[in-house]
Write a protein of this length. Structure first.
Length: 177
């Protein structure tokens, strides 16, 4: 006989999977440079979540997932003795799911400039900026995921944003305010 707590745990796991799978795939994909290996890492991350005993009421599951995912992805990189991030060419050959209208094409061009500027930053700055702005983590949460201090995370974010701002102004994409 099934218990209500089992149903609640299954529903909780499904909601965590739905909310975190996409962000984790993007994160692991950036580290590994390969969507298939990223899927394997994310799958293993969720298997570890099932075995961890975590459940409803644990407010730190997203950080835990990103930490496990990051560590597993870095293990894969170390095992292969290389750490390749997804390059501009690989992104450009990914097929779009829907054709974009002309206004969307202009927006995509601007996003491309911002993405290129972001890629020109050191890897640590890229990582903390993505965790902050793509995934909404706090400095303290990012520190827990990356193993850096919260003040170092703040410094990297501040420095990265300043560099991005200068580069985008120089490219004419930001006003002179």
């Amino acid at each position: 006989m099934k218990r209500a707590s089992d149903d609640r745990s299954v529903e909780w796991f499904r909601s965590v999977l739905a909310a975190q799978e996409g962000p984790l795939l993007r994160y692991a994909g950036r580290i590994l440079g390969d969507v298939e290996r990223a899927r394997d890492v994310v799958q293993e991350t969720f298997l570890r979540l099932l075995k961890s005993g975590k459940g409803p009421g644990d407010n730190h599951v997203p950080e835990w997932l990103f930490t496990v995912c990051r560590n597993r992805a870095l293990d894969v990189c170390r095992k292969e003795r290389r750490m390749t991030y997804l390059g501009e060419h690989a992104e450009s050959v990914q097929p779009s799911r829907e054709p974009a209208p002309p206004a969307e094409a202009d927006r995509q061009e601007q996003v491309g400039h911002v993405t290129a500027a972001l890629r020109s930053l050191p890897q640590r700055q890229q990582e903390v900026l993505r965790l902050k702005f793509q995934n909404g983590f706090s400095y303290k949460q990012i520190a827990g995921i990356t193993g850096l201090s919260a003040s170092n995370v703040g410094f990297l974010i501040h420095t990265g944003i300043g560099t991005l701002r200068r580069r985008l102004k120089a490219a004419g994409l930001l006003g002179q305010a």
